[in-house]
Design a protein around this ligand. Structure first.
Ligand code: PLP
Length: 406
C-alpha cells in the first residue's frame, strides 16, 4: 500500500509552465535578452563573514582534536544563544535558547510540523499562499478532499486590494492557522494590532498559529512586528519559522530555525492530559533529524557578528533598492503596486482587468520580461503578477525602462 494522499495532490505546474513558455519564446527570439523578475532565489554571494566562518570550521574538521561528528539534534548552543541575543532579546522577546531548534531551512519545518498535530484538525490559510503549507497537509491527509471551492478541510482567507491584503478572522473555530509575514507572494505586511487580533482569536479558540517569518529581515518600518512573540500571549499559541535563506543568501547553504515555546501546551483527547508541543517537537527532531551541519551553523553564527550584520544589511539594502525602484517606477507609470516596502516581492495589479497569465504573456512577448502569474498561488491571485527584487540593479533598471514602453 502507498500513502494515497499523495495521489490527491494537484500537480503544481506553475514554474514548469513558466519555464516552458520562456524557453519557447527564447527559441523564437534568439536575439532578445530576457530579464527575469520571476526569480525566487537570491543572486548575491554569501557575506564574507560567513565564508570565513565556514573556512575556519572546515579547518577544524581536518584535525582529530577539533573534529565534530554528530551534533545536537536541536542545534549548537553557540547559534541558539546568538539568536536569543540578537533576534529575540533586543525585541523584548523572552524566548530561551532551548526553545529554539536549528533547522536546514524553513521549508522542511513548515512541512514537518504536520507530524505533531492531530490529523483531524481543521486548517486555515490565506489565498494566495506559499504552496508548501497546503501540500504538506494534503500529504498527511489533513486537507480533506478537493472540491470546486478548494480543499474541504481548509478555510481560505482571501487577501486582495479589496481588504487591504489583511486576512479576516473567521467567524468559526479553526484549529491550525498558517500566517506568513512579510508575505510571499504578495509582499504585504501585518501590523502589530492586526497580528494581536489573530493571537487573541487563537487564545480564545484554543487554536495554534504557525507563523512563517522567513522574510522578517526585509522589514523596514519600525511599527511592523518581526516576530509573533512581540505580541503578549503569543508564546501560548504560536510556533514560528525563520530562515537564513533570504536573510543571508543561505538558499544553497541551508539553515534556519524554529521556535517552539515551552508555554505552548494543548490538551490530549482524554480532555485532561496537558501536552507540551515543545517536547513533542523535540522528540520528533531527535527521531527524524540529525542536526544541521556544524560548518553551516558556524556560518549562521557569523551573521550575528558586527561584520556579518553589516554585510547582511548591505545585501538586503541592495535587493530593497531594487524593490523601491520598481515600486516608484511602476507607480509613476500608473500601475497599482502592492508590497515591496518591507519585503522583496512586489504584487502588481494587472491593468484593464487582464488575467494573470494574459499579462504574463504580454510582458514576455512584448518586453522579454519574465514574471510570476499571481493566480498560480491561489484563485485570489488572479489579476496580479509577482515581481521579485532578487535580480541585479542593471537588469532591474532595464526591466523598468521596458515597462515604460508597454
Ligand atoms: N517560507 C516562505 C514563505 C518562503 O517563501 C520560502 C522560500 O521561498 C521558505 C519558507 C523556505 O525557506 P528555506 O529556504 O529556509 O527552506
Amino acid at each position: 500500500m502507498i500513502n494515497e494522499n499523495f495521489l490527491k495532490l494537484s500537480n503544481n505546474y506553475l514554474f514548469s509552465d513558466i519555464a516552458r513558455k520562456v524557453r519557447a519564446y527564447k527559441e523564437q527570439n534568439p536575439d532578445m535578452r530576457v530579464i527575469s523578475l520571476g526569480i525566487g532565489d537570491v543572486t548575491q554571494p554569501l557575506p564574507q563573514a560567513c565564508i570565513k566562518a565556514m573556512h575556519d570550521a572546515v579547518d577544524e574538521m581536518a584535525s582529530a582534536a577539533t573534529f565534530r561528528g554528530y551534533g545536537p539534534e536541536q542545534g549548537y548552543e553557540f547559534l541558539r544563544q546568538a539568536i536569543v541575543d540578537n533576534d529575540l532579546r533586543p525585541r523584548g522577546i523572552g524566548i530561551e535558547a532551548d526553545e529554539i531548534f536549528i533547522s536546514d531551512g524553513a521549508k522542511s519545518d513548515c512541512g514537518n510540523i504536520c507530524d505533531i498535530l492531530g490529523l483531524d484538525c481543521t486548517l486555515g490559510l490565506t489565498d494566495p499562499v506559499y504552496p508548501v503549507y497546503v501540500d504538506s497537509n494534503v500529504m498527511c491527509g489533513r486537507a480533506g478532499t478537493m472540491t470546486d471551492k478548494g480543499w474541504s478541510r481548509i478555510t481560505y482567507f482571501p487577501v486582495s486590494r479589496e481588504n487591504g491584503f489583511v486576512p479576516q478572522r473567521p467567524d468559526k473555530h479553526i484549529d491550525i492557522i498558517y500566517l506568513c509575514y512579510p508575505n510571499n507572494p504578495t509582499g504585504t505586511v501585518i501590523t502589530t494590532q492586526q497580528l494581536a487580533e489573530w493571537v487573541e482569536y487563537a487564545r480564545r479558540e484554543g487554536s495554534i498559529i504557525l507563523y512563517d517569518a522567513a522574510y522578517e529581515a526585509y522589514i523596514r518600518h519600525e511599527e511592523i512586528p518581526h516576530s509573533i512573540y512581540e505580541i503578549d500571549g503569543a508564546q501560548e499559541v504560536a510556533i514560528e519559522f525563520h530562515s537564513y535563506s533570504k536573510t543571508a543568501g543561505f538558499t544553497g547553504v541551508r539553515c534556519g530555525y524554529t521556535i517552539v515555546p515551552k508555554a505552548l501546551c494543548f490538551t490530549a483527547s482524554d480532555g485532561k492530559t496537558s501536552v507540551s508541543l515543545h517536547s513533542l517537537w523535540n522528540r520528533r527532531q531527535c527521531t527524524k533529524f540529525n542536526g544541521t551541519s556544524y560548518i553551516t551553523q558556524r556560518a549562521a553564527e557569523a551573521i550575528y557578528t558586527a561584520e556579518g550584520k553589516e554585510q547582511v544589511r548591505n545585501t538586503i539594502d541592495y535587493y530593497m533598492d531594487n524593490a523601491a525602484y520598481m515600486h516608484a517606477h511602476l507607480s509613476a507609470l500608473g500601475y497599482e503596486v502592492y508590497g515591496g516596502t518591507d519585503a522583496p516581492y512586489i504584487w502588481l495589479r494587472t491593468p484593464h482587468g487582464i488575467g494573470s497569465w494574459g499579462f504574463f504573456e504580454r510582458l514576455l512577448h512584448e518586453l522579454s520580461l519574465v514574471t510570476t502569474p499571481g493566480v498560480g498561488f491561489g484563485p485570489s491571485g488572479e489579476g496580479y503578477v509577482r515581481l521579485t527584487a532578487f535580480g541585479n540593479h542593471e537588469d532591474c533598471r532595464e526591466a523598468m525602462e521596458r515597462f515604460a514602453r508597454l
